[in-house]
Ligand binder design. Structure first.
Ligand SMILES: Nc1ncnc2c1ncn2[C@@H]1O[C@H](COP(=O)(O)OP(=O)(O)OP(=O)(O)O)[C@@H](O)[C@H]1O
Ligand SMILES: [Mg+2]
Length: 551
């Protein structure tokens, strides 16, 4: 497509030069009083014919310009769409650790602002190609009209390019700072949106606003400096070029060669070339500012791609046995000073942990906050790989089991419920081929059916962050339990709902356990032993191991 833009640029340049030559010739005829004009090999041209040719040339020019604009716009959209698709695919397929490393703010900044910069680079590159070709075409015509003009034009263009190199470096440095300042602002904004309610309750709204203003100030200052560099570069170029045009005019006059028409044409072409050069320079600076954004984006996509989640190929049926033996796991953390923030340290969480759960068995896990219960569940779910020991499902190493067969057998309810924007039906079915009847059965088992049917649109009520109906924390938790049950798993893994840690939470867990028939094994984490009365066994997380029994 760039070749098409180059062709359009050359066509525009040649057409423009032709029109400028006609204008020059008409101006020349004014001076000499001739009614017939000679342009190159064409002589005896009437004024009327020249004007007609000029007007036709203008129409052709408009057509070329429209084509060029459409091409440049198209070139701008392609990388935008591609990068957005690729980033999302790389993120969704990356492993749990890589996904956790990216904050919501960072991801949003990349998918919106960073990809837009990619679009700017593409548009600017196309503009640069077109402007360069326009300049070349004009220069060629200038050379035919008066060869020395071309030499002067080329020398000056080269000089100016060298002059603007430091500006480009500066623009690139500013772009880098802008990329990190924007990401910081995006992160800050995402946090601010989440913490707004607490800010109100704690009476620190103004402090949040001040903090926000400081971040905004940083980004605005960088935008100001970038714009200043762009405008300065373009104005400097224009001023110097005008000087050059005056010099060429003076030189032509001093030599007293050529006619008025030729001199006029040269001046017009030089002016027009100056405009094309300025356009190219602005495009160049815009590429320099946007390049760091593109670099960050491709680094992020590469990092996510290199962490693509892997899956085994062994298909497993309903879960007969889950066996963890001598499992050890350390969380990677940032080392304390003086090792420095770049050094990572490890926090041992699980130490030689053993656990065997058989078909239909219900096991409760209790333990102090921070003792590693959620970490254990993450390993069971394959979100983290154990650093030592083995995890086997039906005797097969978990890492060798196919992701699809595990997903159809193992379901989980996370500590924090996550709803998607959509109907209750779509939240429970969750992009799986699960019909209304199964959804209703799951909702009944999760104890949320009666509430759902009391809402005006029942299972078609739109919930989620942008939903028409805001559901309560407990309702959200039970909808997530229904989501887990709807797939008819043979192993349910449930982390205690923090949103309902009181009696309601206790009841929620007890009800869920009661609703599970014995075709489904369950591993349930809770702080409260009384939530786990229907469990066959209750184990306590202590010192990185599961100890038994708990009194
Ligand atoms: N992603 C992580 N990176 C580093 N350390 C982590 C990470 N997640 C948890 N930890 C640390 O590992 C330890 C165990 O955390 P975990 O979430 O498993 O505890 P928990 O028993 O589920 O606690 P709670 O009952 O409060 O939910 C904690 O000390 C925590 O600080
Ligand atoms: Mg936890």
């Amino acid at each position: 497509m760039l070749v098409a833009v180059a062709a359009a640029g050359a066509a525009i340049g040649l057409t423009e030069a032709g029109i400028l030559r006609i204008i020059g010739a008409l101006v020349g005829s004014l001076e000499t009083g001739d009614t017939t004009i000679t342009i190159g090999p064409f002589d005896q041209l009437g004024v009327g014919a020249l004007v007609t040719a000029g007007l036709v040339g203008t129409l052709v020019l408009v057509a070329f310009r429209v084509g060029e604009t459409a091409l440049i716009a198209r070139i701008g959209v392609l990388p935008l769409t591609e990068a957005r698709t690729q980033l999302a695919a790389a993120f969704l397929h990356a492993d749990h650790t890589a996904q956790q490393r990216i904050t919501a703010g960072e991801y949003q900044e990349m998918i919106t602002a960073h990809t837009m910069r990619l679009s700017s680079i593409a548009t600017a590159t196309a503009t640069l190609v077109s402007a360069a070709l326009i300049a070349v075409a004009l220069a060629v015509v200038a050379a035919i009209v008066a060869l020395p003009t071309l030499v002067v034009l080329m020398v000056v263009m080269g000089l100016l390019f060298v002059l603007t190199l430091p500006l480009q470096k500066l623009a690139q440095r500013l772009g880098r700072s802008q990329a990190s300042a924007n990401t910081a602002l995006a992160n800050h904004t995402a946090e601010m949106v989440q913490a707004a309610t607490d800010a109100r309750i704690f009476g620190v709204t103004d402090e949040f606003a001040l903090d926000n203003d400081r971040q905004v100030e940083k980004t605005s200052d960088l935008v100001f400096r970038t714009k200043a560099v762009e405008f300065f570069g373009s104005s400097l170029f224009q001023a110097l070029m005008l000087g050059v045009i005056v010099a060429i005019g003076g030189w032509l006059a001093a030599r007293n060669t050529g006619d008025f028409g030729t001199a006029g044409t040269v001046a017009l072409i030089a002016l027009r070339a100056q405009m094309a050069g300025r356009r190219a320079l602005t495009a160049n600076l815009s590429i320099a500012t946007s390049a760091p954004f593109a670099d960050e984006l491709s680094t992020a996509i590469e990092a996510l791609r290199s962490a693509t989640a892997t899956s085994g190929t062994r298909t497993i049926g309903p879960i007969e046995q889950v066996e963890l033996s001598a499992v050890g796991f350390d969380h990677a953390t940032i080392a304390p000073e003086p090792a420095g923030p770049d050094q990572t340290a490890t926090l041992p969480v699980l130490r030689g942990l053993d656990l065997t759960v058989t078909a239909g068995e219900h096991v409760g896990i209790v333990g102090a906050s921070g003792s590693g219960k959620s970490t254990l569940l993450a390993i069971l779910l394959g979100l983290q790989a154990p650093h030592s020991g083995t995890v086997r499902m039906n005797g097969v190493d978990r890492a060798d089991c196919s992701a699809a067969s595990l997903s159809s057998q193992v379901a989980s309810v996370a500590q924090r419920p996550v709803l998607i924007s959509g109907t209750v039906q779509s939240n429970i079915a969750f992009h799986r081929a699960i019909g209304r009847t199964e959804v209703v059965v799951a909702a009944q088992a999760a104890g949320v059916h009666d509430e759902i049917v009391s809402w005006p649109d029942g299972y078609d009520t739109v919930i989620g962050e942008r939903g028409a109906r805001q559901v309560s924390g407990g309702q959200a938790q039970r909808i997530c339990i229904a989501r887990a049950l709807a797939g008819k798993p043979s192993l349910l893994i449930m982390d205690e709902p923090t949103s309902a840690i009181d009696d309601a939470g206790t009841r929620l867990i007890a009800d869920t356990m009661a609703a599970l028939d014995r075709s489904c094994a369950a591993i349930i984490v809770s702080h409260r032993a009384d939530a786990l009365t229907s469990c066959d066994r209750i184990l306590k997380m202590d010192g990185g191991k599961l100890v038994y029994p708990v009194s």
